[in-house]
Write a protein that binds this ligand. Structure first.
Ligand code: NAP
Length: 289
């Protein structure tokens, strides 16, 4: 049962900054989870214009704000104002979580960590596996960085070949791993998918309201694939349904979204939140089916 917490002079603040930020789901999933554990924190959202980013971080230091999530467009630029960056987040050049450790601002990227935790929780073995990404945008890039530490080989594909080549080249240089970028077209996907263990959709194809679309033809799928679709609305995308029909294990994007919050929650409070509660708050907020 949730414990009653009233805001007092002792209440500490966690927050998210972004621009815009009013659509953020973080306060919705964080506050009930904090209250349930009787933790004396409130989680709020601040719209911070890029011109004010440094001042916002000075504000975090001055006000003693204990934890800050960072969303678009600040994930890269904020790094210059912080004290300690987790090694992999430093290589990615992007963070989303800052902890104020007695005045020392430490940062991590729990977006990528949340994706990895979701795969592990779903029973997906990453070590030694071949991973094929559809899309090479922001999400593909950060997830590819973290999974490249354990995968055998990663292939990034994109409808813009140059994007896939550029991101793959950057990760290869920074991580020293086996990764290639390719054009996302049927003949290439057909060849690549035969060698693939884990297929990750990191494109918006299949997202609400265009839920009948899939980024890959179902005849290319095979039953040995683990299919991870980072889309969380709808909960079951067409790709996931196509894959489940032929016997693939599937995972949607909601757990990744919740887990980026869970990892921050555990880091900031030292306690584990009720993930079922966090999931249900997001589902209610978005009206996802
Ligand atoms: P993004 O930066 O726009 O990247 C998507 C990339 O995929 C773009 O390069 C796009 O090319 C490419 N693409 C589009 N259609 C394609 C296709 N059929 N085949 C191959 N590549 C294709 O987007 P993002 O920020 O990475 O986000 C991707 C998706 O992740 C979002 O739609 C959202 O649903 C999801 N997401 C999930 C979470 C979570 O926590 N689960 C968090 C954030 C985002 P063009 O630019 O030319 O279109």
């Amino acid at each position: 049962m949730s414990k009653k917490v009233s805001l007092t002079a002792h209440t500490n603040i966690f927050c998210i900054i972004g621009h815009p930020v009013e659509h953020s789901m973080s306060p919705t999933m964080w506050n009930p989870a904090l209250q349930e554990l009787g933790l004396d924190y409130a989680y709020v959202a601040f719209d911070v214009h890029p011109d004010n980013l440094e001042k916002a971080i000075l504000g975090m230091r001055a006000l003693g704000i204990k934890g800050m999530n960072v969303t678009i467009p600040h994930k890269e630029n904020v790094i210059q104002y912080l004290d300690e960056i987790d090694p992999i987040a430093k290589k990615m050049g992007a963070i989303n979580t800052i902890k104020n450790d007695d005045g020392v601002l430490k940062a991590r990227n729990t977006d990528a960590g949340g994706a990895k935790k979701s795969l592990i929780d779903a029973g997906c073995e990453i070590s030694g596996k071949n991973i094929l990404f559809l899309g090479s945008g922001g999400v593909a890039r950060s997830v590819a960085y973290i999974l490249s530490q354990q995968a055998n080989k990663i292939v990034l594909t994109d409808i813009v070949e140059k994007s896939a080549l550029t991101v793959a080249q950057e990760i290869k240089q920074n991580m020293g791993v086996d990764i290639e970028g390719k054009l996302s077209k049927k003949s290439i996907l057909k060849e690549e998918i035969q060698k693939t263990d884990i297929l990750i959709n990191a494109t918006p194809i299949g997202m609400h309201p265009k839920m009948n679309a899939s980024p890959i033809s179902k005849e290319l799928l095979h039953e040995d694939l683990f299919v991870f679709d980072v889309i969380y609305n709808p909960l079951q995308t067409k790709l996931m349904k196509d894959a489940a029909k032929i016997g693939c294990k599937t995972l949607g994007g909601l757990d990744m979204l919740v887990n980026q919050g869970v990892l921050a929650f555990e880091w900031w409070t030292g306690k584990s939140p009720n993930t079922t509660l966090m999931r249900s708050k997001i589902i209610d907020f978005l009206g996802i089916k």
